[in-house]
Design a binder for this molecule. Structure first.
Ligand SMILES: *Cc1c(COP(=O)(O)O)cnc(C)c1O
Length: 409
């Protein structure tokens, strides 16, 4: 089954009560049983069923199973936000004294989180590019996670998953990827060797900018060394499920960052059109990047352009689709603001993956608390504009950006 069909007719797509074509929104906190014995069985995982929505809910379960199938994973766990997903996935395996290797071009919130984890004795070492030659020298006995984004937001550098996964596995370290900007429409990172895949489903999966959520997909292939990851030891008997078993029984459930049933329902609706939207978004982004590439006074970064250093990797890994983010540099903050304020269609908003085209000046918003060095490493300059391309008609978008740039010259 090809992707667009699988989204609608995959194994995880069930018929619901009365033939309903979407799952009911189980907007409840708790589930009642005929007897105390039955509830005990559900709690002890000896009978299928739901007890309490923080631990599991049928609508959320439908969303988890759908994403798990689309990613080709073993298990998926939905969270209240992308940040909750990243936090839970990391704390599920890390403990005080451990080290993480991550790319400095990560989403700003993730960089801030790595800073927050320092007081718990978890240290992060950064590479400017997530590749073997930069990561290798930083690996020590304490390195417990390699973390990167497939298409860095907003740096737009692309990870060569297979080679990084190979290095990680040779050192018995799992590779965790944030695949938010790529989506399963561009790639299934698990097939390329990623061990845990995380999405901020607030973005392209939801697709309409109507709810915050995240999801952790466990590939189930990593051979956990229980001496190296003692926090998972209690779940050794779950074998390949050890990561997800601990997540669901400990960290995720006890931190309380569960997804609300209504938001899971909205995500399920969004997912059904993911392929259509992503194709249109990638086509639009390429068209805009191509049209603006040779205009004076602006430099364009888009991994799908032939002139981009990641072009061949984009062909090989993503089938030529370069994703939905384009960044522009225009010479100064003043010029960036003038361009943004001259746009007719793009909204000034801090989000990506909406149906509508959105623009933001990262240096004065998402990266406002970052140091100059952090900004430079993330590819954020005073004159950078991030464009999250939407599904409008590309002709209108190109005309709009062109007239806005012409106003600068
Ligand atoms: C938005 C985003 C996040 C955080 O997700 P939230 O749902 O906002 O918590 C993480 N990673 C990337 C790449 C993102 O774009």
């Amino acid at each position: 089954m090809e992707f667009s069909t699988k989204v609608l007719h995959g194994k995880s797509v069930r018929r619901f009560q009365d033939g309903a074509t979407l799952p009911p929104i189980s907007q409840v906190s708790a589930f009642s049983y005929e007897s105390a014995e039955e509830l005990e069985k559900v709690f002890a995982n000896r009978a299928p069923g739901f007890a309490y929505t923080r631990i599991g809910n049928p609508t959320v379960d439908a969303f988890e199973k759908r994403v798990c199938e689309l990613e080709g994973g073993l298990a998926a766990t939905a969270c209240s936000s992308g940040m909750a997903a990243i936090t839970a996935a990391l704390l599920n395996i890390l403990q005080s004294g451990d080290e993480v290797i991550a790319s400095s071009g990560l989403f700003g919130g993730t960089i801030d989180l790595f800073g927050d984890l320092e007081v718990y004795g978890i240290e992060t070492k950064y590479v400017t590019h997530v590749n073997v030659s930069e990561i290798k020298p930083l690996i020590t006995d304490k390195t417990k996670v390699i973390f990167g984004e497939l298409i860095g937001n907003p740096g737009l550098d692309v990870m060569d998953i297979s080679s990084v996964a190979e290095l990680a596995h040779a050192n018995r370290i799992p590779l965790i990827v944030d695949a938010t900007t790529a989506t399963p429409y561009l790639i299934n990172p698990i097939q390329y060797g990623a061990d845990i895949v995380i999405h901020s489903s607030s973005k392209y999966m939801n697709g309409n900018g109507n709810s915050i959520s995240g999801i952790i997909v466990d590939g189930g292939k990593f051979q956990w060394d229980f001496d190296k990851y003692p926090v998972l030891r209690k779940y050794k008997r779950f074998g390949n499920f050890a990561f997800s078993a601990r997540l669901r029984n400990d960290i995720w459930r006890n931190m309380g960052g569960c997804l609300s049933p209504l938001n899971a329902y909205l995500n399920l609706i969004g997912l059904e059109t993911l392929a259509l939207r992503m194709q249109k978004i990638c086509d639009n982004a390429f068209a805009i990047a191509k049209a603006l590439e040779h205009i004076d006074g602006v430099s364009v970064n888009y991994p799908g352009l032939e002139s981009n250093p990641y072009y061949s990797l984009v062909q090989r890994q993503f089938g030529g689709k370069g994703g939905g983010i384009v960044t522009l540099r225009v010479g100064s903050k003043e010029r960036a603001y003038k361009l943004m304020n001259s746009l007719q269609y793009a909204l000034n908003a801090t989000n990506i993956g909406d149906t509508k085209t959105l623009v933001i000046h990262p240096a004065s918003t998402i990266y406002i608390h970052s140091s100059e060095e952090q900004k430079r490493n993330a590819g954020v300059y005073d004159d950078t504009i991030r464009v999250s391309v939407g599904i409008e008609d590309s002709k209108d978008l190109i005309e709009d950006f062109t007239q806005a740039i012409n106003q600068l010259n």
